[in-house]
Structure formats: structure tokens, C-alpha cells
Design a protein around this ligand. Structure first.
Ligand code: AMP
Length: 577
């Protein structure tokens, strides 16, 4: 496949406003690709060169891209910058200036390899090297490809193709329907690498995909927790449970392979360097290979207290890491082990895995075992929940002692119970920003008045609106939203967004915010949970509690199914049986 063929597909994918079309077009693209091409293609359509968990970024900022465009098309840089001011998109600038672009046919695999070379350039002279390599690449492609190439280099590809859409498209390409999605998804939950799965599927079929194993160095999709309204409901549904404190930090999966340690977040970012004390602690463990699952949280030795989420999140930084590690040291409460010395442990009962956690991290002062209490008593569970809350923790997570680790699943093997504020939703929800309205009055200053926010419809891999947000943010946060929105702005409603309301500006679904609300009400204006003429759900009096980008991607937001469940729980509370 050539770069210009791929670019034609990118145009088609970009202008699609239906998810079904997205799947079909992607399937068509896949059908045209060979087993060698399918892996790089899979990364490229998501604007990447490697899987999400590999910290390889092309690393070209606007300034460097302007310089490269200037070099490629022999145009003064200030003219390129002026054109950028007019067109607002460097991709369009490149397309315009390369009007007589090359007709040479560059294979996609070569473009991918050369972008990797650019990403890999480091050290003295690397800026010039990146610029020259990128300019050479730009010169070799047609105008439309130059447009997409620039967007990929800047991390601004606006397709918004989610991982489930890729899995559906792979199945569709081979079978004409979505029937192989469960097999592909199973492998994805174990390996988190869509490119690897696509390649394996293309060259070896279903059996080879099934044979993809849990491997140290490749993150496993996190097991997630369901919700229940109170301790009574938990004991009634689960019986005997293992109860653990719920720490409000950042989920970390720690992989140790000899002296090589990597730390991944729940949304597959690499925190190895930023959370260096965890990395060092894991390197010191005796076992050769390990995968541990836990929650990292900033801890104040002076106050002997766990610190709020925002402080833990502030450890995600590129600069001043050592100083930050001194001021806000992290510990990780390890609550699971998934792999040890070559053995996949995910099928073992939770209790057995926990016993192994204790053994593996014994003696560490940074990797700590998450304490548990086993009980089938409502009183004991209630007391443990209140104890946790009084220590400044979020609540508790209860787990079925005999359950295995189900990668990527949210089910009743794990249930979270948080503090209950009477009359209010007893929990916050995580929403994705989908668009915004221009502000009036004071808000006009920020350019953003209200935000249109939604939840994730996991079954259909779409985002459905649930509320408009206007309170809870400081002036600085409104400005921050505006800055982020500028980068995510898209011209039309993204194909995966389902909405009756039309905001002034649509956003690519990416920013996740945690929101508290008074209650969930039925609403004809919102699409979350809306089926046919039946109303959807809306949030009443929503306010933003925090930005959750540190640990959650858009697909990690609260789902429509969870909202429906919360709505039922709320009704039961109001009308006790
Ligand atoms: P939520 O993000 O509200 O869906 O809650 C689930 C998250 O709680 C997990 O992804 C973990 O990051 C976090 N968590 C904190 N403590 C625990 C624990 N003891 N067991 C499992 N998850 C925990």
C-alpha cells in the first residue's frame, strides 16, 4: 500500500459521521493490506508509530514542522507561519505549498520506518536531523499525504478511532461481521497491542490470536470494579468478601524483567521514569520476572497521611522529577500479582494471588501490601468502610476471594463502595468532554461558557451526551480547558459521538473529568441511555471535581450501563422496598 492510498482512506475516515461506516471503511483498508503492512497501519491510523504503551513520540513541535515545511518547499519560514495563521492547520499549509507534490509512490511501510527514525533521533544535532528527515519525507509525497503526514507528526490526526472500532474492523474484514470481536478482544486484554494483534490475525488467523499470551513488558488491561449502593447490597450479592481500602491515587501495573522495570498507568502511559521510586523498589525485588497491579499514592511522612489525588497526579511531570520525588514521595499499595517467573497467575483464585503478593514484596518500604479483611458481615463491612473514610481514603473495594483476574472486565468480582452523602449520588462519575459553548459575561474571557460532556457507550464504542457542565472550575482551570480544547477542536461531530445537542465547537473525545452531581434524571435532550423515543439520562447540578486525564482515557469514562445502574440504585434508595 502506498502513502497516497492510505491518505485517501484517512480522508474518507475523517469525513465519516457514522461509526458503522468507520468500521466498514477501516475493514476495506485492512483488506488491502498485507501482513507486513497491517501492523504499522494499525498504529498510524491512531496517530502512533508503536503501541500506546511504548513511549515513542515523533516529537515534532509546531516550530520544527514549520521549519521542515519551509525547507521542503523552499519557502521562507515566516511565510509558512503566516499561512498557518490564516489556515489554522499546518497540514493544510503543507498541502497548499506542495501543490506540485511528488507523484512518486512511497510505500506505507517505508514512511513508517522513516518516521520511526525521526522519533529515534536524539542528542546533539537531533533537531536539525529531525527537520531534514521530515522535510525529505514531505518532499516525496503528494499534497494530500503531506497534510496527513504533518498531522501525524504533530499528534493531531483527528480520526478518533477507538480500540474497539479497530477490533470490529479486523473481524469485519475477515468475516463480514463482528463475530470474531470476542477472540480479538480477549487477546487485546492480555496484550494491549493492537498492531501485534492485527499482524497475528492476518498472518496466523484466529488460533494464533488465541495463543497470544500474557507477557512481561506488555501491559494487561486492568480488571475494573462494579458499584453497589451499600454494604447490605454487597454482602447480599457476594457473600464472603475480601475488603480492601480504596486508595485515591493512580493505578499502576509494574513489570519487572530482570533489571528492566516498567510502570504503566491504566490508560497505558509509561510512568517508569516519572514514578522512579516505584521502579527502583521493583528492581530490588528478588524474583526475575513479575507483573504487579496496585495503586500509587503520594504519602506525606510528616503528616502520616495519604495525599489527595491531585497531588499524586502532579507527579506526572517531565521536569524536576527528582525534586518532586523528594517533596511528594510515592508508595504503591500492591493488590494483585498477575505473573511471576514465567508463569501466568491470572487464573489463580484471588486469595492465592494475594498470598503471593505478600511473599514477593516482603520487606519493601515502597511497595506495600494492601491490607484485607475477610468478612460476610454487613456490620464488619460497614465499620471497615467508615474506618477507611475516616483515614481520608475513598472507601473500600471488595473482592470475591475465589475470583480469577479478568483482564479488561468490569464485573462483580470487584465492587467499589465509596462514601455516601445522603441525597446525592453516592459516587462521582467520570465524563468525557465532547464540545463547548462560547461563554457570555465573565466566561467570554475564557472563550468557553459551558462544556458538553458525555459517557462511554461501551457496547457500541460511542460517546453519548449526559450533561452540560458549567460549575466547579477555577478561572485557571477554564483557561486550561480552553488551551486543551484548541488542540482537540474538530470541524464536525466526530463519528463516535452521539448527540442531539449541537455545541458551538465539537471536540475530539479525550479529556476526562470527574463530576459530582445531585441526581440522575430522565431527559429527552441527552443520548446517554436513550433508546428510540424513550428519554436518555441527564445529571442534575453537575460540578467538576477534578481532571482525570492522569489515569483515564476516554474509554475509561463511566459507561452508559453504569449510569443506568446508578439510576436504578438511586430509585431504590428513594423508594425502599
Ligand atoms: P474507579 O476509578 O472509581 O472506577 O475505581 C477503580 C479504581 O480504584 C481502580 O482502577 C484503582 O485505580 C483504584 N483502587 C484503589 N484501591 C484499590 C484496591 N484496593 N483494589 C482495586 N482498585 C483500587
Amino acid at each position: 500500500m502506498t502513502v497516497s492510498e492510505l491518505s485517501t482512506y484517512l480522508d474518507r475516515l475523517e469525513s465519516t459521521s457514522s461509526r458503522n461506516e468507520l468500521v466498514k471503511t477501516l475493514a476495506e483498508l485492512y483488506l488491502k493490506s498485507s501482513p507486513v503492512e497491517i501492523q504499522p497501519l494499525t498504529y498510524l491510523i491512531q496517530g502512533r508509530l508503536v503501541p500506546f504503551f511504548e513511549p515513542v513520540e515523533i516529537g515534532l513541535g509546531e516550530k520544527l514542522v514549520i521549519a521542515a515545511i519551509a525547507q521542503a518547499f523552499a519557502t521562507p519560514a515566516d511565510e509558512v507561519a503566516k499561512l498557518f495563521g490564516r489556515l489554522g492547520d499546518l497540514g493544510l499549509v503543507a498541502a497548499k505549498l506542495s501543490a506540485h507534490g511528488s507523484s512518486a509512490e512511497l510505500p506505507v511501510t517505508e514512511m513508517h520506518a522513516r518516521l520511526l527514525e525521526i522519533a529515534g533521533a536524539a542528542g546533539a544535532g537531533s533537531v536539525e536531523k529531525k527537520r531534514s528527515l521530515f522535510a525529505a519525507l514531505l518532499k516525496q509525497v503528494d499534497p494530500n499525504s503531506a497534510k496527513h503526514l504533518v498531522r501525524i507528526a504533530l499528534g493531531r490526526l483527528r480520526l478518533g478511532i477507538g480500540d474497539p472500532t479497530v477490533l470490529d474492523a479486523l473481524s469485519f474484514a475477515r468475516t463480514g461481521d463482528r463475530s470474531l470481536r470476542p477472540v480479538l478482544e480477549g487477546a487485546y486484554n492480555r496484550a494491549s497491542d493492537l498492531g501485534l494483534i492485527a499482524k497475528t490475525f492476518w498472518s496466523g488467523g484466529e488460533d494464533d490470536v488465541n495463543a497470544l499470551k500474557v507477557t512481561v513488558g506488555r501491559p494487561i488491561r486492568s480488571q475494573l470494579a462494579e458499584r453497589l449502593p451499600n454494604p447490605e447490597a454487597v454482602i447480599k450479592k457476594l457473600g464472603l468478601v475480601a475488603v480492601q481500602p480504596k486508595y485515591d491515587g493512580i493505578r499502576v501495573q509494574i513489570h519487572k524483567n530482570g533489571s528492566v522495570v516498567r510502570v504503566f498507568s491504566r490508560n497505558l502511559e509509561d510512568y517508569t521514569v516519572m514514578f522512579s521510586e516505584l521502579t527502583t523498589a521493583a528492581r530490588g525485588l528478588k524474583d526475575e520476572t513479575l507483573i504487579l497491579d496496585g495503586e500509587a499514592i503520594a504519602y506525606s511522612k510528616e503528616l502520616e497521611e495519604y495525599l489527595p489525588f491531585q497531588l499524586t497526579a502532579s507527579r506526572r511531570r517531565q521536569h524536576g522529577i527528582e525534586q518532586a520525588a523528594l517533596e511528594l514521595p510515592l508508595v504503591a499499595f500492591v493488590f494483585d500479582i498477575l505473573y511471576r517467573n514465567g508463569r501466568d497467575l491470572t487464573e489463580l483464585p484471588y486469595e492465592e494471588r494475594l498470598a503471593l503478593v505478600d511473599e514477593v514484596i516482603a520487606g519493601s518500604t515502597v511497595l506495600l501490601p494492601a491490607p484485607i479483611i475477610k468478612t460476610d458481615s454487613v456490620e464488619v463491612l460497614t465499620k471497615t468502610l467508615l474506618d477507611s473514610i475516616s483515614q481520608g481514603l475513598e472507601g473500600v473495594v471488595v473482592k470475591r476471594p475465589e475470583s480469577k483476574y479478568q483482564a479488561g472486565a468490569r464485573n462483580f468480582n470487584w465492587v467499589k463502595l465509596k462514601r455516601h452523602t445522603s441525597g446525592e449520588l453516592n459516587d462521582t462519575v467520570d465524563l468525557v468532554l465532547l464540545g463547548y459553548y462560547f461563554g457570555k459575561g465573565k466566561r467570554a474571557e475564557f472563550g468557553v461558557g459551558a462544556l458538553l460532556a458525555g459517557v462511554y457507550d461501551a457496547e457500541n464504542d460511542r460517546f453519548a451526551t449526559i450533561t452540560k457542565l458549567g460549575t466547579g472550575l477555577s478561572d485557571a482551570e477554564w483557561r486550561q480547558i480552553r488551551e486543551r480544547a484548541d488542540k482537540l477542536q474538530v470541524e464536525q461531530r466526530p463519528a463516535r459521538v452521539d448527540s442531539i445537542l449541537v455545541p458551538d465547537v465539537w471536540l475530539k473525545p479525550e479529556v476526562v473529568v470527574e463530576v459530582m452531581a445531585d441526581e440522575i434524571t430522565p431527559s429527552p435532550r441527552h443520548t446517554a441511555g436513550k433508546v428510540g423515543d424513550e428519554p436518555g439520562f441527564a445529571l442534575r447540578f453537575p460540578r467538576v471535581v477534578s481532571f482525570r486525564g492522569a489515569d483515564k482515557g476516554p474509554e475509561d469514562a463511566t459507561t452508559v450501563k453504569e449510569i443506568a445502574q446508578l439510576f436504578r440504585q438511586q430509585r431504590e434508595r428513594k423508594q425502599p422496598a
